[in-house]
Design a protein around this ligand. Structure first.
Ligand code: 13P
Length: 280
């Protein structure tokens, strides 16, 4: 069933666990993630990068995500990931998104607040809630990313914007880490406390050691984003299968194994964050 961001984050808060959020890129990655969630009876977020909403792909992909959510036996939220402006936000809403991330983290503090607040207000007209970001989570190739989220700033940000969840910079980055990252668990707990128990989001979930993820969830992470490893699960399987002499050329049949590979991968993260069996 399709649910909104507030509903799905509420489930995680009530149960003291974390919602796995998988980036999806095509029908097959979407099917793999949904199959995993249904098999393990877990609520799940399927999210889409904003570039897809600027291209034709988002037009085709969105109905797939919405159909998957409606058909699913578990709660599913369709989320825009890293929306930079109102353009992508409005388009995502038009395409049926029930959760929005507005990422103003590269902007000066006051501008981030102003833009995020405008988007929170806009989304409220259609009962959709917003994830903001404070402390810019860059990529693993960035030279330095040491301006971690400051708890007092997080408090001001959450109060001024009314976001439902907040993405934080605590040692995480997007992409494949060159060495295992050190996640600042104490800081997650401090931000959680300073923001009066606001749901926190950990981006860059691919490659964070399992133990760190478990500790992060205990400290207040309620949404874990995983994108790069979804791509690798899918593409590694395609690469392996496509060179086999007996492979089928019927694309729908060929895709069955890559879908299964995404499913198997997604299941590991669902279990890790404690979402297994939590669908109501
Ligand atoms: P990874 O690609 O590192 O898993 O990060 C995903 C993410 O945070 C998407 O917003």
């Amino acid at each position: 069933m399709l649910v909104n961001f507030k509903q799905i984050i509420g489930m995680a808060e009530e149960g003291g666990y974390c919602i796995p959020a998988f980036n999806v890129y095509n029908m097959e990655t979407c099917m793999g993630a949904i199959k995993a969630a249904e098999e393990l009876k877990a609520p799940v977020i399927l999210q889409v990068y904003p570039r897809l909403f600027k291209e034709e792909a988002g037009y085709y992909l969105s109905p797939v995500v919405v159909a998957a959510a409606h058909k699913a036996s578990v709660p599913v939220c369709f989320h825009l990931d890293h929306g930079p402006t109102e353009l992508e936000v409005t388009r995502a809403l038009r395409y049926g998104a029930t959760g929005i991330m507005l990422d103003g983290s590269a902007l000066p503090f006051d501008e981030n607040i102003a833009l995020t607040k405008r988007v929170v207000d806009l989304c409220s007209y259609v009962d959709v809630q917003v994830e903001g970001e404070l402390g810019h989570v860059g990529t693993v190739n960035d030279d330095s990313m040491d301006e971690f989220t400051v708890p007092e700033d997080a408090k001001k940000f959450v109060e001024a914007t009314g976001v439902t969840a907040l993405a934080v910079l605590v040692g995480n980055a997007h992409g494949r880490y060159k060495k295992p990252p050190k996640i600042d668990i104490g800081r997650i707990a401090d931000i959680r406390k300073a923001t009066n128990g606001t749901a926190l989001v950990l981006h860059g979930g691919s490659g964070i050691p399992d133990e760190a993820i478990k500790e992060a969830v205990k400290a207040g992470i309620r949404k874990l984003n995983v994108a790069t490893d979804v791509c690798y699960a899918f593409l590694d399987c395609v690469q392996e299968e496509v060179v086999k002499p007996d492979r089928t050329v019927a694309v729908d049949n060929f895709m069955k194994k890559p879908i299964e590979a995404v499913k198997v991968f997604a299941e590991t993260k669902i279990k890790l964050v404690g979402a297994e069996g939590k669908a109501k």
